[in-house]
Design a protein around this ligand. Structure first.
Ligand code: 4GX
Length: 252
């Protein structure tokens, strides 16, 4: 999968795509990331990328021409590339949307700054507007990184087989169960007995229950999509009776 990231701040991308899993995916040729500096597509002497808004008001707006040329350059080799503008006004990004987008072969991710881009960019060049969440960033760059990271780990070969994306909490619509590793005693706090019992069936049951417990107490909204067995439902009833809707460990 190819990502073209169009930005005024290319330096922001120097390390995130070099480290760890993403770095290896780039080395293996599983993903290709091109950082495109929008300023390189200006044609005036002073390389101006922004201007004051028509109608007045505070702040600056990103000009249409440099962005248009940058997108056309990125699309030159693959006219079917899908162009995304990162903005809080976009469609919510989540695991389901990530799975759908991971089948694209070429994404162009446009990162806006200031008060955003000239509306004609969206009308003429953008296929989809995406928001990574209901909060305001200083620009689209971190949002683009979130998308590249999330999409990359869904591609075949990017994760090792011991870190399969299919077993992720969100693909099952349940939160993950708690994990422990050595030491067996840390400052008097132990590890649930069952996990060191060697009883695989009991461990499986315990993990399922803890995943359900977490989901019920922290993200009950997720349960609507989960595929629950009769045993799961009985356990959820038990949790709701014993704890009410009291949440654990996440009080403010
Ligand atoms: N999910 N931002 C875009 C510039 C901007 C300002 C106003 C349109 C209107 C964001 C998010 C996000 C910050 C990227 C503002 N664009 N992007 N930028 N949340 O907060 O994607």
């Amino acid at each position: 999968m190819r990502f073209d990231i169009l930005t005024l701040f290319p330096a922001m991308f120097s390390s995130p795509f070099e480290a760890s899993i993403l770095g290896k995916a780039v080395e293996k040729g599983l993903i290709e990331i091109r950082i495109v500096n929008i300023r390189d597509f200006t044609s005036d002497k002073h390389h101006v990328v922004d201007d004051t808004p028509y109608g007045g008001g505070q702040g600056m707006v990103m000009k249409v021409e440099p962005i248009a040329r940058a997108i056309e350059w990125a699309k030159a080799e693959s006219p079917s590339a899908w162009t995304i503008y990162l903005t809080p006004q976009g469609r919510s990004f989540n695991q389901e949307r990530a799975e759908a987008l991971s089948s694209k072969t070429h994404l162009i991710l446009l990162c806006g700054r200031y008060e955003g881009v000239d509306e004609r960019v969206r009308e003429m060049f953008v296929d989809e507007e995406v928001s990574i969440g209901d909060y305001v960033l200083t620009g689209g760059e971190l949002a683009a990184m979130v998308m590249v990271d999330t999409l990359s780990r869904l591609l075949p070969g990017v994760l090792g087989c011991d870190q399969s994306a299919e077993e992720d909490s969100f693909s099952e619509s349940l939160l993950e169960y708690p994990q422990y590793t050595r030491p067996i005693d840390f400052r008097g706090q132990g590890v649930p007995e069952v996990l060191v019992s060697g009883n695989h069936e009991a461990i499986f049951q315990w993990r399922r229950k803890e995943a359900l417990r977490r989901t019920v107490t922290r993200r009950p909204d997720l349960l609507a999509k989960a595929n629950l067995s009769e045993t799961d439902k009985r356990f959820i009833d038990e949790i709701l009776q014993s704890e009410g809707t009291r949440t654990r460990g996440d009080g403010v």
